[in-house]
Ligand binder design. Structure first.
Ligand SMILES: [Zn+2]
Length: 256
């Protein structure tokens, strides 16, 4: 039988995950929006996500447009209004998934995290090797002189945030729709996943874009998938949990 986990009990699956983790030399976690939704950050696309909560003043725009390079360039006031009111994660706390992954990295069980999320919650939980393939809201830079600014610079400003040195518009280091992924983070992510002997994918259905492409870089070793709903790679995984990521990771961590 190709996928024996289909017949395993939850406890057997958790034990099998634990054995894979303990015998791995280079485990990597690849995470999508579902990791952050457990901290209360809405997914862009889900039924309860950002796209379906849009206020009246943004109603005439396509949701993708509000986080696009086109919007930043053509209607910066709209872009920054939307950005400030929807993407400020400064007060959000990391959840059990972030904390367990940070613990595993400190214990030498996990080589690092590759994330599509831009909220900085992995670092807040204590993870060090985090490749942010869609950038981060925690860094900003001037579009003219490239000067770097911290997270508060845009969230504490009004209108178009201007660089004090040159007057240029300061923008977040976030990959917007219509932009290329940050090369260094993406290259690092590809290398980490290619070299991993255990890949844990969490919080993404792998239906779109960058996570799916990166997951395809993985060739050797065990694949564990944790997602509330089915993913496109369930059939290729050694273990699949259709469950909360925080819950599964916590339970695996508690096994000794
Ligand atoms: Zn500047």
């Amino acid at each position: 039988m190709k996928h024996p986990f289909n017949r395993m009990t939850d406890d057997q699956k958790l034990s099998a995950f634990r054995v894979m983790l303990d015998s791995s030399a280079s485990a990597v976690f690849l995470g999508g929006a579902g990791v952050s939704t457990e901290s209360g950050i809405p997914d862009f696309r889900s039924k309860d996500g950002l796209y379906h909560r849009t206020e009246k003043r943004f109603a005439r725009y396509q949701p993708e447009y509000l986080l696009s390079f086109e919007c930043l360039r053509n209607e910066p006031d709209v872009f920054f209004d939307y950005y400030r009111s929807h993407l400020d994660a400064r007060a959000v706390a990391p959840n059990a998934a972030h904390k367990t992954l940070a613990k595993w990295e400190q214990e030498g069980r996990l080589a690092g995290v590759v994330t599509q999320n831009i909220d900085g919650l992995h670092q807040k939980a204590g993870s060090v090797n985090v490749q942010e393939i869609h950038g981060t809201t925690w860094r900003n830079h001037c579009t003219v002189c490239n000067a770097a600014y911290g997270v508060d610079f845009i969230f504490e400003s009004a209108g178009k945030p201007r660089c004090p040195r040159c007057g240029g518009i300061v923008r977040p280091d976030v990959t917007l729709y219509g932009e290329f992924l940050p090369k260094e983070a993406h290259d690092n992510a590809r290398r980490m996943i290619r070299d991993a002997d255990l890949l844990i994918i969490g919080g993404t259905s792998l239906q779109v874009g960058s996570a799916a492409g990166l997951a395809r870089q993985f060739s050797g070793g065990r694949l564990v998938i944790i997602n509330k709903s089915k993913t496109l790679m369930d059939g290729e995984a050694d273990l699949v949990f259709h469950d909360s990521i925080g819950k599964v990771l916590t339970e695996v961590d508690a096994l000794r």
